[in-house]
Design a binder for this molecule. Sequence first.
Ligand SMILES: [Cu+2]
Length: 469
Amino acid sequence: MRINQKISLLLLSLAASCALADLPTEQAVLTDAPNVPPAITRDHAAKVVVNLETKEVVKRLADGVEYTFWTFGGSVPGKFIRIREGDEVEFNLSNHPTSKMPHNIDLHAVTGAGGGAASSFTAPGHSSKFSFTALNPGLYVYHCATAPVGMHIANGMYGLILVQPKNGLPKVDREYYVMQGDFYTKGNYGEPGLQPFDMSKAVKEDADYVVFNGAVGSLVGDNAITAKTGETIRLYVGNGGPNLVSSFHVIGEIFDKVYVSGGDLVNHNVQTELIPAGGSSIVEFKLEVPGTFIMVDHSIFRAFNKGALGMIKVSGPENKTIYSGKQSDTVYLPEGNAIQSLEEPVKAVAAKSLQERIQLGQRIYEQNCAACHQPTGEGIPNAFPPLAKSDFLMKDKLRAAGIVINGRQGTIVVNDKTFVGAMPAFQLTDEQIANVLSYVTNSWGNKSDGLAPEDVAKVRAKPQNAATE
Ligand SMILES: [Cu+2]
């Protein structure tokens, strides 16, 4: 290299760094969900260096189910980045040498073509550098934008960057990072093993999993986020998609304050916040009472059947005025003293065999008895006696028919356990009672030759025989 070339290169690099020269430099603190970097307290802009690594990793998607996630920083969602409005960000994206794919990053916080995508395109084992100035405050999604874009996002390549407003955000007691995403696997929900990505399900938007923070149960049980009564918490909520919009809701709480779409429009008293794919929201609420508060996507099958369920465990003293808890549970018997079956009496088809009786009896059981004695016949300790392997039931089936016809209250001993309660009388036909008792005396380990309607008719003729023992 000739000497004048060297000098001109030196001048060039001096000119390039000149704009940043008067700003102090600092390293960005990055965190994994559900943690959020500490609030930025400085009152001036800085040059902030962000080092982020893309990495392809096999991790748990659900119990027994693994998935090859493509990540920003080793987990889904990607690292939370926190900067301040006006900061100049030097962004270094490194793609781990073991990656099979090139990756890049499109930060929605960037003003500039592609949000950084073209400038950050990085092959495995390479690093790219670009810079931007954070002009707009707000909570922004970032994601990979390498073709096929949908596939990179579907594999988990998204995260949040908070551009803290110049004047900061009001102080709260705790901040957490929650990000929803939908996943598409060859096997259906829960099918075990290492599940490959399913492109055709993704195109059809037919998600097998909809989860918070990259896996079913990542915010449940011991992994729940926590707080104490009297505290105010702030959730930075993002939605990576790739396809589905989130109806974000916390059961038993109301968002006192919402920064709509992660911007500076503040809404109050919100039950469910709509978070678009590639969008965000900041929600805040004070915790007045203890308990476990469930976070869901209120497109509710996603919560209970696809994984979009998390928990906030709040400890502290009760406040019975704000929420009493259950105050009583009494027997409710409208219109006289017997339960009118909602089912039409079976008139036409009478069961012919014990097998048919058991079959018909099952539906009667589920509609009339299961609420107390439980679908499994096990009852509830100290409240409802078991029918499964009940010595009391199996000793005398006719007595049981009397209990269904007339009800029963007082003390009863079943399998050496004492129960004190009341069972209402049922307005069921002889046929229905014969069927339901044929079912319960032939289920869950019980065995008998069942009851016929004539047996029940005989008991009915002698109404008070089973009311008390
Ligand atoms: Cu990518």
